[in-house]
Every structure is written in structure tokens, then in C-alpha cells.
Design a protein around this ligand. Structure first.
Ligand SMILES: [Zn+2]
Length: 277
């Protein structure tokens, strides 16, 4: 009798376990990660804060640089990044020195959301982008709210330089090339969350650069914008009502234009400005 009871219990236990296992197999396995396809484009002209979380800025963001770009930069990438690292003493934006890596050339911009954030060169460039773009910074992020205001927290970003249409060097005497330190100083500004500055050309975030012009140091307005972005009293309110879920993922990019005839620098002095088209 005892044996029969034990057998019965064993059978019940086995059936129960089988039931659990089969239930487990029936349950769909969902992997809760965002793919680039699920990211919606963000209109980056709106006055919305774009930034990394402070946790990312304790030891610096792990941005890397393709060795070919570092060569053209005469290996001065750390000096360029230090311009930004020196602005806010309590934060380190870029982990230095930059590791040099093999260049990643991808066929679509979405594919750059991978396991590495890099400064890359592109020899094929991208059909999504119009002509006249020297370089871009592309970011992926999520919407967050703080004090009733919304901002975008970056999760991933890359800087990609257009080597199909332009040539770059760090030689300021070479009139045939664009100044790579100037390009990357600008793009690193986007990388840390700054948008374009349209009101004054005395900013490295002016959205265009001419050949043979170098802007290798931050202006006071650049300091101010970075400070406002990370230490402002409040996150700026959105221009429009929020109708999207707070977890929405977004992507965006900034384009630095080469057709910047609107910026007139002569011997490092700004001698006149026209409005961009
Ligand atoms: Zn730009």
C-alpha cells in the first residue's frame, strides 16, 4: 500500500514537472532589447536636452578611434577630447587615451548601433545623407523625464567622417584639406549632447566648416552650453506635448556641412556671417 502511494506521488510529481517543462517551452521567449528598427527619429532642432547619464561620466565614455583616422589626426585625438573633458571638472566625457581600432564601414547608418562606439571614416558614405556633409554624429537614446520635463538620454553614438567626398588632415597649412581636429572637436561636442549654435559663429558648434579653416579651441559659449546641459537648474521643457510612451527609443544625427560659405574666417578672424540656408 505504501509502495503504491509512493508510486502515485512519484507519478504526480513527474507529471507536474513535465507540465512545468512543457509550460516553459510553450512560453514565448522574449528578449527585451531594442533593435535599430524600433528607434524612431527625433527632431533635433527642438530645445530638448540630449545627454548621457552621470553614471557614464565618472570614468568617461568608451569612444574609440579608427587607426586610419588617428593617423590623419597626427594622433592628437586625446588633445581634441581634452578640450571637452576640461570644461566640467566633476565629469569626464571621454575615457582617454582613445583606444585605436579597426575602421568599421557599414552600409546603413542604423547598423552602427553595435557593440562599439567609434570615430570612423566612410569611403562609401550613405544614401540617407544629402551632399555637402563633412561628418555626422549619430546617436541612439531613450526618452526620460525629470521634474515633469523630458530629455533624451544617450545610449550609443558614433562619429563618422565623409572620406568619399572630402579629404582631411591636421596640417593647417594644407589648403586642399579640411582640418580634422576642427571637425572632430565639433563632432565630439555633439557626442556629449550639444546641438548646433546658430546665433554666433564664435562657437565650435557652428554647423558648417570651410576648407582650410581651423577652430581647435572651445569658445566661452561652448563652455556655457555644456554646463547648462549637465548642470542647468532644470531640464528644458519640451516644445510640444508628450504623446509617446516614456520608454520610447529615439535616434538622431547631426550633420556638419562643408558648404559653409556663410562663415567667413580670414586668418582665424571671423569677418562676417550670413545665415545658413
Ligand atoms: Zn554639427
Amino acid at each position: 500500500m505504501k509502495l503504491a502511494l509512493k508510486l502515485l506521488i512519484d507519478i504526480i510529481v513527474i507529471l507536474f514537472l513535465l507540465g512545468l517543462i512543457s509550460c516553459g517551452q510553450d512560453s514565448p521567449f522574449t528578449k527585451n532589447v531594442n533593435t535599430p528598427a524600433s528607434y524612431s527619429p527625433i527632431e533635433i532642432t527642438k530645445d530638448q536636452i540630449l545627454r548621457w547619464s552621470d553614471n557614464n561620466l565618472e570614468s568617461g565614455l568608451p569612444l574609440k578611434i579608427a587607426s586610419e583616422v588617428a593617423d590623419d589626426l597626427n594622433h592628437d585625438e586625446d588633445d581634441v577630447a581634452m578640450e571637452w573633458n576640461n570644461v566640467l571638472p566633476q565629469r569626464t566625457f571621454f575615457a582617454l587615451p582613445f583606444p585605436t581600432v579597426t575602421n568599421r564601414e557599414k552600409t546603413s547608418l542604423n547598423s552602427y548601433f553595435d557593440d562599439e562606439m567609434g570615430i570612423y571614416k566612410s569611403k562609401n558614405w550613405f544614401s540617407e545623407l544629402g551632399p555637402g556633409v563633412l561628418a555626422i554624429t549619430q546617436f541612439f537614446g531613450v526618452r526620460r523625464t525629470q521634474g515633469g520635463h523630458e530629455y533624451i538620454e544617450f545610449q550609443h553614438a558614433d562619429i563618422i567622417v565623409n572620406y568619399r567626398d572630402y579629404s582631411f588632415s591636421s596640417n593647417m597649412l594644407d589648403a586642399t584639406t579640411y582640418d580634422l581636429p576642427s571637425v572632430l572637436l565639433h563632432e565630439m561636442g555633439h557626442f556629449v549632447g550639444l546641438r548646433h549654435e546658430y546665433t554666433t559663429t564664435k562657437s565650435v558648434m557652428w554647423p558648417a566648416l570651410r576648407r582650410n579653416v581651423s577652430v581647435r579651441q572651445l569658445y566661452p559659449v561652448d563652455f556655457q552650453h555644456l554646463e547648462d546641459n549637465y548642470d542647468g537648474q532644470e531640464v528644458l521643457p519640451m516644445a510640444v506635448a508628450i504623446s509617446t510612451p516614456k520608454t520610447e527609443s529615439v535616434q538622431g544625427r547631426f550633420e556638419l556641412r562643408a558648404d559653409g560659405d556663410c562663415v567667413h574666417f580670414i586668418s582665424g578672424q571671423n569677418v562676417g556671417t550670413h545665415h545658413l540656408q
